[in-house]
Write a protein that binds this ligand. Structure first.
Ligand code: GLA
Length: 737
């Protein structure tokens, strides 16, 4: 040291600090961990926050800091960065998460890391909040990651806020922007329509963008559901492979993009569809995006789906861990053609059958334009005096007398042009005044962006309950999409029409929130001309959803199989109907893998059919705890085999039920000679196996009181003995001590 002059010393010290500062600039690493997985973010030298890892978590979280060296992620000049929330109008050259026009008309945005904090909500749930800010404009984005540790589920959303002098325009506002690094990516997604919901497709993602989206306004699940499974490296199977299972919790237009970039990394963007939905945001106002919910498994689609079910039952679906009512619905039995004597007879039939509740469907309301078909009366929620001269109150009383609960169908968001509501409140209807009206099932949606309409819709439900507090169930339908998206309310308020799609859904949630504040527990079924509307935001308010108007049991095996990846059995309404000519046993066995109900004319059942159904309902009461709250294991996939097999096992693994359904008419001896390996049992426990739902006067080909170890059943398996004459088989497994 004495060899250096003080000046030289400080110069050297200065150089040392500068170079140390560059080389060892403290990068911030933010691991977001569940019990199995991690999502890891890290700042770069410019203080931008990027995703550096997503997958099975490392034993040492300090090791995450090394990851960037192993992967090709960023290239200074490429305009591609693994951003956690990609801005647009500055360096970015790929699909952005957010696009903004500032108050001064400028369209550039940069987002830099500012801070983050982790809040512990309870022993299992925590929330990480990350703040990003634009260094030039007064705009911030807060990213929320709510972690459900045991369930391996992450729920994420964002909140955008600014303090600019005037409103800014949000042109795009994603909920999630994830980044993955794998050899290849396989997307399992869905498409469909009325009576053909949830048709799966699996495709290898190629360079460019693959989009899943909806522009229907309502009924977001109809054409392309917001649910998918994404496999990494190779397609995941039921029990093997890396797979992310994800969905957007939003009951309106959504968009999910999968962009395979030039480094073969995959960028996922999920959120409200920005199509025709620019949003003008006032200063200091929060814009909260819906939740993107996802889970990841290294052990295939089965485990991923069980993660989602565990989360959904515990944290999301209304009364997800409770019980459900079996019911008799009159839709297919009567359609619009009923009166008091007919209905009271049906109550007795329901009681005889053994269900908990009678559900009165469409057609009970409207007088000036009676609801005798789907072209009139919607919106006029007064009892039809001809069909029901004594009103709903009388029906509730008669049902109670018959020893059965009473539920009712409504479609409060909609209006037929042939209705008093339409005549009185044209300004409440979503329609483009300059253009001809365009109908979906002869009807139009009401404008839920309008608080008066929200009150009206709330009032439909509130009036029913106020007058008839005994009503035990609501089926809430939604049969039209939004054509001619124009709101008289937004126009009157001087607000942009491009708010309509967003405000419609927010209005709907406001109504549901208010209903649940007053009626927290009454079970409600989400229905939408079949399965046109189901998502995890709506399921906060609903106990269950209608899977499809298609109740052909063979079609249902496939449909219910696919829905089962995303939604637990307790939420899936499966009804036994006369849609198909298949025997009642097959129809019943198929309905039992979810929440069972009936939509048949009980008096048309033969003696044996009735006896079988009564017995099946008694069986269902006994096994429903396992089906509703147990773990689902898929054993034989009907897309790959001539039959489907699946089972539910309860948490203590002492009670299980296995369903097998033949799905072909072809003679194929193979399915009747191979055992099916069971799953989810305790290898050390012994189980008694009993065939249930055996049709009267037929014999089970499964020996009575068979006892096997869980080890045997899971290693060797069990032959349900499915044949062309035994097309469906239900086996109950009970531990013997
Ligand atoms: C929709 C539903 C049906 C039934 C009818 C009534 O199509 O999916 O279950 O309620 O409406 O109009």
């Amino acid at each position: 040291m004495s060899n250096y002059s003080p000046k030289t010393f400080y110069v050297i010290l200065g150089i040392f600090f500068i170079s140390f500062g560059i080389n060892a600039q403290k990068l911030i690493t933010i691991p977001i961990e569940t019990s199995q997985n991690a999502l890891v973010f890290q700042t770069d030298k410019d203080n931008r926050l990027g995703t550096v890892f997503f997958g099975k978590k490392l034993a040492q979280s300090s090791d995450y800091g090394f990851i960037t060296k192993e992967y090709k992620i960023n290239d200074e000049n490429s305009g591609i960065f693994n951003s956690v929330y990609t801005p647009s109008g500055t360096w970015n050259m790929v699909e952005p998460a957010i696009e903004v026009k500032h108050a001064d008309g400028n369209s550039s945005l940069e987002l830099k890391y500012v801070s983050h904090e982790v809040k512990k909500i309870d022993d299992n749930v925590s929330e990480t909040v990350i703040v990003l800010k634009d260094p030039v404009y007064a705009l911030e984005v807060r990213l929320f990651y709510k972690v459900y540790y045991k369930e391996n589920v992450i729920e994420q959303w964002s909140v955008i806020k600014h303090q600019e002098a005037k409103n800014i325009t949000l042109q795009k506002y994603a909920s999630a922007n994830l980044y993955f690094m794998a050899d290849d990516y396989y997307l399992n997604h869905y498409h469909g329509g009325w009576a053909k919901e949830m048709k799966p497709e699996e495709t290898k993602l190629t360079a460019g963008i693959k989009t899943l989206d909806s522009k229907l306004g309502t009924r977001a699940n109809l054409f392309q559901p917001p649910t998918f499974m994404l496999s990494f490296d190779k397609p995941a199977t039921e029990d093997a492979g890396k797979v992310l299972l994800g969905t957007l919790a939003w009951s309106g237009n959504f968009k999910i993009d999968f962009e395979l970039d030039t480094y073969h990394n995959l960028r996922l963007l999920a959120g409200i569809n920005s199509h025709a939905s620019e949003y003008s945001l006032a200063s200091n106002q929060d814009f909260k995006t819906p939740s993107f919910i996802f889970t990841f498994s290294e052990n295939g689609k089965g485990e991923a789906s069980r993660n989602m079910h565990n989360w959904a039952r515990k944290y999301r679906i209304l009364d997800g861990e409770g019980s459900r009512l079996t019911l008799l619905n009159n839709w297919e039995a009567t359609y619009f053609d009923f009166d008091e004597p007919k209905l009271t007879k049906l109550f007795k039939d329901g009681k005889k059958l053994g269900v908990d509740m009678f559900l009165l469907d469409d057609g009970w309301f409207a007088n000036k334009y009676p609801r005798n078909g789907d072209a009139a009366g919607l919106g006029d929620w007064q009892e039809n005096r001809k069909k029901l001269p004594n009103g709903i109150g009388y029906l509730v009383k008669e049902a109670t007398k018959a020893g059965i609960k009473f539920g009712i169908w409504v479609e409060p968001e909609m209006v037929n042009p042939k209705s008093e509501l339409y005549e009185k409140h044209l300004d409440w209807v979503i329609r483009e005044p300059q253009r001809p009206e365009h109908y979906f099932r002869n009807q139009l949606p009401l404008d839920l962006s309008n608080p008066e309409v929200q009150d009206f819709v709330y009032g439909v439900i509130d009036n029913l309950f106020t007058k008839n507090p005994e009503i035990a169930f609501i089926k809430w339908d939604c049969n039209a999409v939004v054509y001619n998206a124009h709101s008289a309310y937004l126009e009157k308020k001087g607000l942009p029409q491009t708010h309509l799609y967003v405000e419609y859904v927010r209005g709907l949630y406001k109504v549901l929130e208010k209903i649940r504040a007053k009626y927290p527990k009454v079970p409600m079924m989400l229905c939408s001309g079949g399965g046109g509307r189901v998502d995890y935001e709506a399921l906060k308010y609903f106990t269950e959803f209608w899977v499809s108007d298609n109740t052909d049991p063979l079609e249902r095996v496939f449909m219910q199989w696919e829905y089962s990846y995303f939604y637990p059995a307790i939420a899936q309404c499966n009804h036994i109907t006369d849609w198909s000519k298949v025997g009642i046993k097959y129809r019943t066995d198929v309905a039992m893998m979810g929440k069972m109900g009936y939509d048949i004319v009980v008096s048309h059942l033969s003696e044996k059919e009735l006896e079988f159904s009564q017995q099946a309902l008694a069986n269902y009461k006994r096994i429903s705890d396992v089906v509703w709250h147990g773990d689902l294991y898929r054993l034989k996939n009907p897309w790959e085999n001539p039959y489907a097999s699946l089972m539910f096992s309860n948490a203590t693994q002492d009670h299980a039920v296995m369903f097998s359904y033949l799905t072909t008419n072809r003679y194929d001896g193979v399915y009747s000679v191979t055992p099916v390996k069971l799953k989810g049992l305790d290898p050390k426990k012994k189980y008694k196996i009993q065939e249930i739902n055996v049709y009267p006067d037929t014999k089970s080909s499964i020996a009575k009181d068979l006892v096997y170890s869980g080890d045997y059943l899971m290693t060797i398996g069990l032959n349900p003995n499915i044949t062309l004459r035994r097309t469906s088989v239900v086996l109950e497994l009970t531990e013997v001590k």
